[in-house]
Write a protein that binds this ligand. Structure first.
Ligand code: GAP
Length: 432
């Protein structure tokens, strides 16, 4: 874990939030490499969930909602963790995280006194209004789900979707986590990528789609090159299921700090639409235009953390070899897809040719330029941030218009004609 944290800092992936002020626990800032990786994860997800399907449409809802929405969804009541406070040092812990509680007791020589557990609501409060004494309480969304649910009717009425169909969304969520930690794993501000997939309210449909989405999500991570042995399903026990869910399964990742929740697949039934109907007075009944059937659909949700995806992709991709550190990220996710090097920086012709090539690749791929030191050092620096291809312009390039393409994983080199390079890279990065 230390290797990942230090690489993340050193190479500009992830920094502690507001670090020059001593940081703020549970907040993180993404640097130049981190924001590229994170954007690639999100756009790959959007491409596979929205662009490549005809049954899912997108939404981008407001973070701050009418507070009634949070009463309807049960969050003001039930979005809680059990909190205990150490009477010696007043630090707070989740009483259901036994390991952390025990670890803290060790810090006090083996034992301490705890307050009785009390429920602690995770919603982050904020206050709206210009008159200071008369401000209205509102919440930063604790999950992005509600923004999709409250737009169910708007989306049915404004697009051509028919049940079964899904609403996809990516956005920030906020939770007053009692014990943020394990780097970005549990933060107070984070991003989620969710699909609310609405189906006919029938048991067999529910089972079928729940299984479908479980496998679909597992296959997605495997398709991004994550190691099979580091991923597994874990069904929630009845006593840990969220207040809104009929059934829930997590995909877990084998992190250095143990098997940990990666993302969730939740059978939410008609909980959300029915509750919003009740609290808003808006009829949420869906009418099938072909059959005339009327029902309130059930919702099978897939909910993934963007930050957790970035973290686990980094961990999974990190490898130390004899003479180098490599981030073996999927080429489409790597911050830079390609780097261009002039073999030497003091040969005007070579530099010019390399600049020409750079200009050709830059509109198509995230392209880096490096002319410092020797080529070996440049390879080392690119391997460490996961760049799948490095292209060197040398003396031969001036004669026959070919360049050397070096593969990050195999370290093998190919000689490719400059004009064929975009197609060559496109096929290897995106498989198309
Ligand atoms: N809409 C359902 C929902 O929010 P969840 O299991 O509470 O379900 C879904 O959260 C995913 O969001 C988690 O699996 C995780 O990837 C991410 N997530 C939740 N809390 C997080 C936190 N404090 N920090 C980072 N990611 C978090």
């Amino acid at each position: 874990m230390q290797n990942i944290i230090s690489l993340a800092k050193r190479r500009g992936f992830i920094f502690p939030g507001s670090e020059i002020y001593g940081g703020l626990a549970g907040t993180w800032d993404y640097g130049p490499m981190g924001v590229l990786l994170k954007n690639n994860v999100k756009s790959r997800w959007w491409r596979d969930m929205v662009q490549m399907r005809t049954d899912i449409v997108g939404v981008d809802a407001a973070i701050i909602m009418n507070p009634r929405a949070w009463e309807a969804s049960g969050h003001t009541q039930a979005f809680t963790d059990p909190l205990v406070e150490c009477k010696l040092c007043h630090r707070r812990f989740r009483s259901d995280k036994e390991e952390q509680v025990k670890e803290h007791e060790q810090e006090h020589g083996g034992t301490t006194e705890w307050t009785d557990p009390k429920t602690f609501n995770l919603l982050v409060k904020t206050y709206l209004g210009v008159v200071e004494n008369n401000q209205a309480l509102a919440y930063l969304r604790g999950e992005i789900t509600n923004g999709a649910q409250v737009n169910f009717k708007n989306i049915v009425n404004s697009s051509r979707v028919r049940v079964p169909f899904g609403i996809a969304q990516i956005g920030k969520a906020f939770r007053n986590e009692i014990t943020p930690g394990n780097f970005t794993f549990r933060s107070i501000e984070f991003e989620q990528m969710e699909v609310q997939f609405y189906i006919k309210p029938e048991e067999r449909e529910g089972e079928r789609w729940f299984e479908y989405w479980k496998q679909n999500r597992m296959d997605w991570y495997l398709g991004l090159g994550m190691k099979k042995e580091n991923l597994r399903f874990r069904d929630h026990a009845p006593d840990e299921i969220s207040h809104y869910a009929k059934a829930a399964t997590d995909i877990e990742y084998h992190a250095p700090f143990g098997w940990s929740e990666f993302m969730g697949i939740h059978h939410r039934g008609d909980w959300d639409l029915k509750r919003h109907q009740e609290y808003s007075g808006e009829d949420m009944t869906y009418r099938d235009p072909d059959t005339g059937e009327e029902f309130i659909p059930w919702d099978i949700e897939t909910s993934a953390g963007v930050d957790r995806s970035v973290l686990f992709l980094l961990i999974d991709a990190y490898r130390q070899e004899e003479n180098r550190v490599v981030l073996g990220l999927h080429p489409a996710l790597a911050p830079f897809q390609v780097a261009v090097f002039p073999l030497v920086r003091n040969n005007e012709m070579i530099v010019k040719k390399a600049q020409e090539l750079f200009g050709m690749l830059q509109p198509r791929f995230m392209t880096d330029w490096d002319d410092r030191g020797n080529v070996g050092k440049r390879y080392y620096a690119q391997d460490e941030i996961g760049t799948p291809f490095c292209v060197t312009v040398d003396h031969q390039s001036l004669e026959d218009g070919t360049v050397t393409v070096r593969d990050r994983d195999t370290m093998l080199q190919d000689r490719v004609k400059m004009e064929e390079l975009p197609k060559y890279l496109q096929e290897r990065i995106y498989g198309e």
